[in-house]
Design a protein around this ligand. Structure first.
Ligand code: ADP
Length: 545
């Protein structure tokens, strides 16, 4: 027997309909690419998204067609997502920080037909245009007055373009499993991989994000997504905020400490989210100016491990709750968040920070397991580490145009992370499987050592890689960038770390560098470091010879 409830497919445009009806006047403020601050509302965003949908439809964009966006977080980009999805087309966020050849590769691989781009990226696109033959039209996300002279094919300003239709249009009807969005993983090895979200997965994921042990937005919140819309589906914020009816503040292209602070302060932002690098810049700005954060309640930190010092300063000095979160593009992207179950809720000081170093608990709809090399499940004891696998309705089962299914026989996806899970279900990433250091048959966590090293007051950034060793196979080498105008010795850093980790985990040597290489999403490029130090001879290795 089937249930007798209504057939109401989970389609993304229902989210913007809901926000426009029930939270019509809620402000959406943007630092525009042209310069001035711009304000709109959910009601206007919906009306203009419908115009865009109508305009795309007029150009023959149909169900399943891909529309690329190369853009910062702005109200126009938000309208674009909903307008594109509302006719069953697919928003494809392109990360402008990728190498140019990679950008061309993914736009061609996705077979994008239209490109919506911010003014910032016009010079880049003019250089790449010859390599993008399938793009039929470039729409510049600006108005007629700011439209530059450009050689781009059929280029038009967004405002002029959408004003060519009257907005009298209705969303199209289709199945909830229809594709809605696309985002490529950065592909540190090999070509990038296309992850394809469905309407159903985006709606479920937006609801999941609003769980109070995840981000938990309400209509009283002012949410500022600092994480770009081109990074891992913007961590659900473009769905979770309108579902909740929260006000939004979009930072546009300016993500430096002073600019982020200005918006947090002026618009009384209550919740925000980004990678650790952004927060390091903000904290530096606050330290320099003596400013405070009286309105901010929650900051979500993820994408790479949240340094202990960042969590401590936010909480102890500024009274802002830190939520350390973990996820990946393939998971829509939320996987876990480190909020407090009753078992940990009473902890304070260092004991609380210890727990916050973990990536946290999984919400309903994310199932986790850790396994050994033979595929056997490992215990949740907080000590045993293994490959982390996940399953759920917002987790990828295959990549775009790749036939191979990604899942094991139980339907789990291999995250490529190595982690522990404790008895209360708190997961802690100890490494990427390919970065773990294998010493004498045992594993050493590079992330733990890096977290420890950045706790040293003179250290700005640290990376740990495995270097060949004649006796132990690999031993850890610590690569350090010092804070501005600081100097330190190898022994000083090692002495600071000594006693805080098992002796056999201690790095065998320390090298100081001016800069550590990063990927397009701000992660340390260990492959580049390993290549650079592949012939490095550790003092212990020389002695063992
Ligand atoms: P990109 O490289 O494009 O940012 P993803 O966002 O999909 O790609 O990267 C996901 C990976 O980032 C995870 O598998 C994990 O290794 C790492 N990661 C994400 N959040 C955290 C975190 N809080 N702590 C440690 N690693 C993290």
């Amino acid at each position: 027997m089937l249930g007798l409830m209504q057939d109401w497919p989970l389609l993304c445009h229902r989210i913007i309909d809901h926000a426009a009806i029930n939270h019509a006047e809620r402000p959406i403020v943007t630092r525009s690419i042209e310069g001035p601050l711009h304000a709109t509302t959910y009601a206007e965003v919906r009306a203009r998204a419908l115009r865009l949908a109508q305009r795309l439809d007029k150009d023959g964009i149909r169900l399943g067609d891909r529309v690329a966006t190369l853009a910062w977080n702005t109200w126009r980009h938000l309208e674009a997502w909903y307008g594109i999805m509302g006719i069953g087309a697919i928003y494809h966020t392109v990360n402008p920080r990728l190498f140019h050849d990679q950008i061309a590769w993914i736009v061609n691989h996705a077979e994008d037909r239209v490109m919506l781009a911010d003014l910032t990226f016009i010079p880049l696109l003019e250089k790449l245009a010859d390599k993008l033959p399938a793009i039929e039209r470039y729409v510049v996300l600006t108005d007629g007055a700011h439209m530059p002279q450009t050689s781009l094919k059929n280029a038009v300003s967004y405002e002029d373009w959408i004003s060519e239709v009257d907005g009298d249009f209705a969303w199209k009807k289709f199945d909830e499993n229809t594709a809605s969005g696309m985002c490529y993983t950065s592909g540190t090895t090999g070509n990038p991989k296309g992850v394809v979200y469905s309407h159903r997965s985006n709606v479920l994921h937006g609801l999941m994000a609003n769980n109070s042990d995840m981000k938990g937005y309400s209509s009283r919140d002012v949410v500022m997504p600092v994480v770009p819309m081109f990074h891992a589906n913007c961590w659900a914020m473009m769905f979770a905020a309108p579902i909740a009816g929260a006000s939004m503040v979009m930072p546009g292209a300016k993500l430096d400490g002073a600019s982020v602070f200005e918006l947090l302060d002026r618009y009384k932002v209550t919740c925000t989210a980004a990678v650790p690098t952004v927060w390091l810049m903000l904290l530096q700005h606050l330290e320099g100016t003596g400013s405070k954060l009286p309105h901010l309640k929650k900051v979500i930190i993820g994408g790479s491990a949240c340094p202990r010092a960042v969590a401590k300063v936010f909480q102890d000095i500024y009274g802002v709750e830190v939520i350390h979160a973990w996820g990946m593009t393939e998971m829509s992207p939320l996987g876990t968040a480190c909020t407090f179950k009753p078992e940990y809720a009473a902890l304070a000081g260092d004991a609380r920070l210890d727990i916050q170093q973990k990536q946290g608990q999984s919400p309903f709809m994310v199932e986790m397991k850790i396994i050994d090399d033979a595929g056997k499940r490992l215990p949740w004891d907080g000590k045993t580490s293994g490959r982390l696998k996940v399953r759920g309705p917002c987790v990828a089962r295959a990549y775009f145009k790749e036939d191979d299914g990604l899942l094991d026989e139980e339907g789990f996806f291999d995250t490529g992370d190595v982690s522990t899970i404790d008895r209360y279900g708190y997961m802690q990433v100890t490494d990427r499987a390919k970065d773990v250091i294998k010493s004498g048959g045992e594993w050493i966590s590079s992330i733990d050592l890096e977290n420890l090293a950045v706790g040293h007051p003179k250290v700005a950034e640290a990376a740990v890689i495995g270097v060949k060793h004649p006796k132990w196979d690999e031993r850890p080498l610590l690569v350090v960038v010092l804070r501005k105008d600081q100097s330190a010795t190898r022994d000083e850093i090692l002495k600071f770390m000594c006693g805080k980790v098992a002796n056999w985990w201690m790095p065998d040597d320390v090298v100081f560098v001016d800069e550590i290489p990063h990927t397009a999403t701000g992660k340390i490029q260990k492959t580049v470091l390993r290549e650079r130090f592949k012939n490095f001879v550790l003092p212990s290795a020389a002695a063992a010879r």
